[in-house]
Design a protein around this ligand. Structure first.
Ligand SMILES: *[C@@H]1O[C@H](CO)[C@@H](O)[C@H](O)[C@H]1NC(C)=O
Ligand SMILES: *[C@@H]1O[C@H](CO)[C@@H](O)[C@H](O)[C@H]1NC(C)=O
Length: 480
């Protein structure tokens, strides 16, 4: 034990300089009267367990010495023996330096063979764990987007689809997944009551067992994009369906990948940008204002706050006959093609499976709204159906939110017993490493996750002149 009393403030010095220090002393004394009442400095853990305070001060003081202090973070700590009485305001190294003993009430937690002190933390998936004063880790109990037991239960069960871990989802809570990865508001009652268009299935209409837009219209069906942590599926699904439809309808003379960012940043009336939006608003904007291509106005996923939306960098003006022209250059300064693409008003399809199929086969991919449940995030392959693997867990593990996607085709898988499982092929907007190259298959004909409840088709606004002009562009470019 090493006690050094020599370096304590001599009381003579205190008396001599008292008048100069009056203010300081008063403050310290007033703090001192509260000393025993003050909440212990070390509650919640010694925040600087390796700091050398008493040692740097030059030593420890006997008895009670109210000036035997050292600045400690945003307050002060003491090196007098009195501090030991309340164990409230001693400096972190008081016990070791002044008494040569282990500090009391400091939890030491173990993790991977390392020692951590009270108050130190680490992150376990989506939960923060803190070393408690009892020496035990105390972890938050949030439901995570990636739960290994959910993945295992899906893969062990006979659900018809496989689950996988996704590093981009690991560490997020389920609530964050619902809040940042979806982003389509349920259509209002008026919109939901929109008249359904009758496709008019003739008796002679034969629908194949399998159909894939990408095979019927090669080069005209666009690859799935990644919305990142931006709840704007309203903009992604709308832009994707419009892109495919314009490419198909123009017979490949134009194959624009339309810009979701143009919608997110500029279609802001009654829209929430990366905090969710409405597809009817998105279609209104595409029809009345139009958008440029993704290459012209590239997507910029939010970095800091997931709900941030960049300033609108593209406007258009009317050039007659309902057509519009951009009034600004492309935000991407390497791109000079700021053509504005527009759509006609969208139309709602019936929820009849066959009519949706006929529409896709005749005119191209459609937009669909769906409810996304907790297990959908870990979908890897197969024919998705919402499972019961989380049913026995507390309610915070079972959540859902509204999303929108693009249906591009359908098919049927034969089971061993001769029955078959029908599915839709749909494109998501969670990047190409998710699901089956960014696509997923989902049960068809049973309104799984309400995917058949609200389905939308649309026409691009294309004239013969467009086809000629754009054809010319392509032609010229080839010879540059
Ligand atoms: C100070 O506290 C420690 C730990 O609680 C105790 O072992 C020790 O006897 C105390 N010393 C004095 C001088 O009060
Ligand atoms: C998922 O991947 C992350 C890293 O990408 C890894 O840290 C984590 O342990 C994995 N989780 C499961 C359940 O496999």
């Amino acid at each position: 034990m090493f006690l050094s009393f020599r370096n304590c403030f001599p009381s003579t010095f205190l008396l001599i300089s008292f008048s100069h220090l009056a203010g300081t002393a008063d403050r310290i004394l007033s703090r001192r009267t509260k000393r025993e009442l003050a909440s212990p400095l070390h509650v919640g853990g010694i925040r600087d367990p390796f700091g050398s305070y008493c040692e740097r001060r030059g030593g420890c003081c006997p008895g009670r010495d109210d000036l035997c202090t050292v600045p400690y973070l945003d307050t002060i700590c003491y090196c007098d023996l009195f501090c030991n009485r309340t164990v409230s305001d001693c400096c972190p190294d008081f016990w070791g330096h002044c008494l040569g003993v282990q500090p009391p009430h400091i939890g030491i937690c173990e993790r991977n063979g390392n020692r951590f002190f009270t108050g130190q933390t680490y992150k376990e998936n989506c939960n923060l764990c803190t070393c408690g004063s009892s020496g035990r880790w105390e972890c938050e109990q949030n439901a995570c987007l990636i739960e290994s037991d959910m993945i295992n239960a899906v893969n062990r069960g006979n659900y018809g689809w496989r689950a996988a871990n996704y590093s981009q989802f690991h560490g997020m809570t389920l609530d964050e997944g619902i809040r940042y990865r979806l982003g389509t508001q349920r259509p209002s009652r008026t919109i939901m009551n929109m008249n359904e268009m009758q496709v008019g299935l003739g008796l002679g209409d034969q629908l194949p067992h399998y159909f894939n837009s990408a095979e019927k219209w090669p080069g005209k069906i666009h690859e799935p994009l990644d919305q990142g942590n931006c709840a704007a599926s309203w903009a992604f699904s709308t832009a994707a369906v419009a892109s495919d439809r314009i490419s198909i309808q123009s017979m490949g003379h134009m194959t624009p990948q339309l810009s979701p960012q143009n919608l997110i940043s500029c279609d802001t009336r009654n829209q929430g940008g990366c905090a969710g939006g409405r597809i009817d608003g998105a279609w209104w904007y595409l029809r009345r204002r139009g958008v440029v291509t993704e290459d012209c106005y590239p997507y910029q996923p939010p970095q800091q706050t997931p709900a941030e939306v960049g300033r609108c960098m593209m406007q258009s003006r009317s050039i007659g006959r309902g057509k519009r022209q951009a009034t600004q250059r492309c935000p991407n300064t390497h791109n000079y093609h700021n053509d504005i693409y527009q759509s006609t008003p969208p139309y709602r399809l019936s929820s009849n499976e066959k009519e949706i199929m006929k529409e896709i086969m005749d005119n191209g991919p459609v937009q669909a709204i769906m409810e996304v449940h907790e297990d959908f995030f870990v979908y890897k392959s197969g024919i998705y159906k919402h499972t019961d693997v989380s049913f026995t867990k507390p309610p915070q593990y079972r959540k859902h939110g509204t999303h929108s996607v693009r249906i591009t085709g359908w098919g049927e898988d034969r089971n061993y017993d001769g029955t078959s499982r029908k599915y839709w092929i749909a494109a998501n907007s969670w990047g190409k490493n998710w699901g089956e190259n960014g696509y997923f298959r989902i049960a068809r004909g049973e309104n799984e996750c309400e995917i058949e409840a609200f389905v939308i088709g649309v026409w691009g606004r294309i004239t013969m002149e467009d086809m000629h002009n754009h054809h010319h562009h392509h032609h010229r470019r080839r010879h540059i």
